[in-house]
Design a protein around this ligand. Structure first.
Ligand SMILES: C[S@@+](CC[C@H](N)C(=O)[O-])C[C@H]1O[C@@H](n2cnc3c(N)ncnc32)[C@H](O)[C@@H]1O
Length: 286
């Protein structure tokens, strides 16, 4: 029997594979941060350190945990699954608060670096890493996490992978658990950025030229503009979700179809990027 045709997912993974390979060639965490850290927190410079890099994650984790109300004493006995952990910018802080942390990423080299980051800046005894197979399958059993958290990751996936990863996040949640996922919505610049991103990803597929362009900061920043999954699409993936809160910048209003409007409450999140929104939803207790 002929193999089923593969979905065109791969070019979305190019920037991560390239940065992951580059990180493998480095010896210290400081070197990794100087060379590839910008793919995570946009900072560049020859004087960057792992300390500064992790401090940026610590500050964000503290704010988000406080705003989402997940900085409870229960955290110490909970398992958090971080989808798109990268090299552990935020994972180190999670490992200091949660009983167990499952760091998931598509790139195995990032996960290795994540382990090193957490060993230096967090509690590595609480960490397990798990590669996301083919960029869309979380290799963890159903009902294995109390919380699934993802930040600046789903916007970079193909629309199919992003939708699969929402489904997978829901699958691995325990009954009563919470899924807190970050997305990006449309802004005016997207009229240029999104088509330019598609062109760059097509160029990345070309022999020689494509190879030369991967890993350049400007192409990466265009090529990773991969999807703007909408609120309706996400809500339809989790038809049984309870207590749905949509967190968004105060200047934004989020629209969904009238049928789905009643399922959700909107809350302002002043620390959010103007183009970001989050779904925060609870899995029914059973
Ligand atoms: C911009 S970085 C953010 C990392 C981390 N959340 C942070 O804030 O530092 C996006 C991360 O998502 C990962 N990623 C991209 N596509 C993915 C996919 N389809 N499945 C799992 N991880 C993915 C990348 O390898 C990268 O580590």
């Amino acid at each position: 029997m002929a193999d089923a045709p593969k979905k065109p997912r791969r070019s979305h993974l190019v920037p991560w594979r390239t940065a992951g390979s580059a990180s493998e060639a480095k010896v210290t965490g400081d070197e990794v941060v100087r060379d590839t850290g910008w793919v995570f927190n946009n900072e560049v410079g020859s004087a960057l350190t792992l300390d500064q890099f992790v401090a940026s994650g610590d500050a964000e984790v503290a704010l988000y945990m406080e705003r989402f109300g997940i900085n409870t004493e229960d955290a110490a006995v909970q398992t958090i699954l971080e989808l798109g952990s990268g090299i552990g910018r935020m994972t180190a802080a999670f490992s200091r608060s949660f009983g167990k942390v499952i760091a998931c990423d598509v790139d195995p080299a990032f996960l290795e670096r994540c382990r090193q980051t957490v060993a230096q800046k967090g509690d590595v005894q609480r960490l397990r890493t798990s590669q996301v197979r083919d960029g869309h399958v979380i290799q963890e059993p159903a009902a294995s996490a109390d919380l699934v958290f993802s930040y600046i990751t789903l916007q970079h996936c193909s629309p199919e992978d992003a939708a699969d990863l929402v489904r997978e996040s829901w699958r691995v949640l325990k009954p009563g658990g919470r899924m807190i996922l970050n997305f990006r919505t449309w802004v005016a610049q997207d009229i240029v950025l999104v088509p330019a991103g598609a062109i760059v990803r097509a160029v990345w597929r070309l022999p020689i030229v494509g190879q030369r362009l991967t890993g350049r900061r400007w192409t990466t920043r265009l090529g990773w503009q991969a999807n703007r999954l909408g609120l309706d699409e996400v809500l339809r993936i989790v038809p049984d979700a309870d207590n749905i809160v949509i967190w968004k910048h105060p200047s934004r209003s989020m629209k969904s179809s009238p049928a789905l409007q009643a399922r959700r409450t909107d809350r302002d999140l002043d620390i959010a990027n103007r183009s970001h929104w989050w779904i925060d939803a609870q899995k029914p207790k059973g």
